[in-house]
Design a protein around this ligand. Structure first.
Ligand code: AGP
Length: 611
């Protein structure tokens, strides 16, 4: 499983005051989450918790008034997944003497919470994390011999992803850290130890680090760490000295956030599907929400990259659920006297949740009686707040202005919605349901394979970095990917690029071809493949240079194009989550070759809160 990037964790145990060390670490981790923050610091008697909604500055303000004293503590900066950003949902979470910070998703938190409540436990937040605090406390009350033993007993009941740091009021100067599928690193100081989600948080303190692996549990005191597995067997991990600068470490060693985020996509899709795609029943659940009554039409509203996700969504919803689906640019819809009503489900898609046009369009649809459904990456932002139902993508914060991981996470969310609707109206059943769900489960792995195989595309970028125009062609569900490939390229390389439905080429754009115009053609196997091959031949016949995105093993395509970018075979409806990857990497490589600022391209902003 791949590393997750939601929320930041820090921990300290030693002889110095913990609070300033935790705060310094959290400042370095704020890029991982910034909707709430908190610390728990213990002086050997009782942990003192300070936590609040908002950016770290809000926590700093509270701490400036009263700073907890103690030589061991834990801290957290949050990117909400379960439970809206609020003071109560901010970490650390406490149960009895136990304080916990967590990054990841406890997939079976609903059943665990029900069981704990039935046994008399009272919850004070909506988070999945509070379940962990109660489980550890329960294990201690049931006689666990030590804090680390109690953490082991708790984690044996948990499925999902976690990186946690735990302290107990009753175990002075001890911290316990554990990792499964979310990153966690220990910093080795002299007479002190540190915990962090990633290296930048503690680089100022030490460069000697020990990277935990999945299944590791570490018990730390000022003198060092004892690492074991879930059964208590000792595990040996070799420390290493980190040479990155803090800036490099924040990007996990990648030169730009965009490249890091491109590579986080298999993880973003895995997390978005986690706990929602049910392979046992070939179904999808939308977090305790039911789209009832079933809509007679779906209308998708969005802007930019999110609009392109919506265009793929049309294929997913119409093919899988057999419900008519329209997609509209939010900026057009809101001013058009749209015809929507109570039998429509209006889906607003937005990475930021703050895009002014999408927000206004969703409000307009709701005012006209439609049921509204938000697909969004930022918990409790304006668009989910203005909607009846919401499904959060779990991509984690996206820093690069060019959207990448939020796009593929949106595609995963739309696939869940299509499966959910299709199962309820019976359009998706039997073998088709089994096959679709099984194929969807394979997608994150195939995404990793695609990213690995595509590599850095430096050579390809050198070849095309000075061209004036680019054309992108695709058919069916890959037509929106042609649009998205063109948008990515123009956003960050400033090269003019057009995306077209391949079948439309002969109706106009064919006049552009000649003089070596680079034409990216998505020519993957599936319905329409033969037709795309004809388009490809038409480009070649007019001196265009073809860069094909093709299915691995399709050697026949090799002598028909200049360059090929390979993707693994997948059903056409799921291909967009793969075919977009080489196009993102191509845009990145060309922008870099042209010396552009990849993460903050000119004239653009991450959220467009003006009309
Ligand atoms: C994508 O790379 C863009 N930066 C932009 O098109 C973006 O997708 C659009 O502004 C919509 O933003 P949203 O998803 O936050 O609503």
């Amino acid at each position: 499983m791949l590393a997750r990037a939601m929320c930041g964790i820090v921990g300290y145990v030693g002889t110095r005051e913990a609070t300033p060390i935790l705060l310094a670490g959290l400042r370095r981790l704020e890029y991982r989450g910034y909707d709430s923050a908190g610390i728990a610091v213990c002086n050997g008697e009782q942990a003192h918790l300070v936590r609040c909604q908002g950016k770290l500055a809000a926590l700093e303000k509270l701490l400036a008034e009263k700073s907890p004293v103690g030589a061991y503590g834990i801290g957290h900066t949050r990117w909400a997944t379960h439970g809206r950003p609020s003071d109560e949902n901010a970490h650390p979470h406490k149960a009895g003497p136990i304080s916990v910070v967590h990054n990841g998703i406890v997939e079976n938190h609903v059943e665990l919470r029900e069981r704990l409540i039935a046994s008399g436990r009272v919850f004070s937040s909506q988070t999945d994390t509070e379940v962990l605090a109660h489980l550890i406390d329960e294990a201690l009350q049931a006689g666990a011999a030590s804090l680390v033993e109690a953490v082991r007993a708790a984690l044996r009941q948990v499925t999902g992803a976690y990186a946690i740091a735990v302290l107990s009021d009753r175990s002075p100067n001890v911290l316990v850290a554990a990792k499964n599928a979310s990153p966690l690193v220990l910093g080795l100081g002299k007479g002190e130890m540190f915990i962090a989600s990633d290296a930048p948080a503690i680089l100022e303190q030490t460069r000697d680090m020990l990277f935990l692996e999945d299944g590791d549990i570490a018990e730390l005191d000022h003198s060092g760490a004892r690492i074991t597995d879930l059964d208590g067997n000792p595990v040996v991990r070799k420390p290493r000295t980190v040479t990155w600068t803090a800036g490099q470490a924040e990007k996990a060693g990648y030169p730009h956030f965009m490249l890091k985020e491109i590579h986080e996509q298999p993880r973003a899709v895995t997390d978005t599907l986690a706990g929602r795609l049910l392979p046992d029943s070939n179904d999808a659940v939308l977090e305790d929400q039911e789209v009832t009554p079933l809509p007679s039409r779906v209308v998708i509203l969005a802007c930019g990259t999110s609009y392109h996700a919506g265009l793929v969504g049309k294929f997913l919803i119409e093919n899988i659920a057999r419900i008519p689906c329209e997609v509209d640019l939010a900026s057009e819809f809101r001013y058009r006297e749209p015809v929507v009503g109570s039998r429509d489900l209006v889906v607003g898609i937005s990475q930021s949740g703050e895009t002014a046009d999408t927000l206004a369009a969703v409000k307009e649809a709701r005012a006209r009686g439609a049921r509204t459904f938000a697909i969004c990456n930022v918990v409790d932002s304006a668009i989910p707040r203005a909607s009846d139902l919401v499904l959060y993508t779990r991509a984690g914060p996206e820093i690069g202005v060019a959207s990448t991981k939020c796009f593929t996470a949106q595609l995963a969310a739309l696939t869940l919605l299509a499966i959910h609707l299709g199962r309820r109206n019976g359009a998706l059943a039997g073998v088709a349901a089994t096959e679709l769900v099984a194929e969807l489960m394979q997608i994150p792995h195939k995404m990793s394979e695609t990213l690995k195989e595509t590599g850095d595309l430096k050579a390809l970028a050198r070849k095309y970095q000075n061209v004036r125009d680019f054309l992108f062609l695709g058919r069916g569900p890959n037509y929106p990917i042609a649009l998205e490939g063109a948008l990515k390229l123009k956003e960050i390389s400033y090269i003019h690029a057009e995306g077209y439905a391949a079948g439309e080429m002969k109706h106009g754009p064919i006049a552009l071809i000649g003089d070596g115009l680079p034409v990216v053609i998505i020519a993957t196997r599936g319905k329409g493949y033969d037709k795309v091959l004809s388009n490809l031949a038409e480009v070649r016949a007019r001196e265009g240079q073809v860069i094909a995105v093709a299915t691995k093993g399709d050697t026949a395509i090799l002598d028909q194009c200049e360059d090929v970018l390979w993707v693994p075979d997948a059903p056409p409806l799921l291909q967009p989550m793969l075919t977009v990857l080489p196009l993102q990497l191509l845009a990145y490589a060309v922008a870099l070759a042209r010396g552009n600022d990849v993460d903050q391209p000119r004239n653009l902003a991450k959220s467009v809160t003006v009309e």
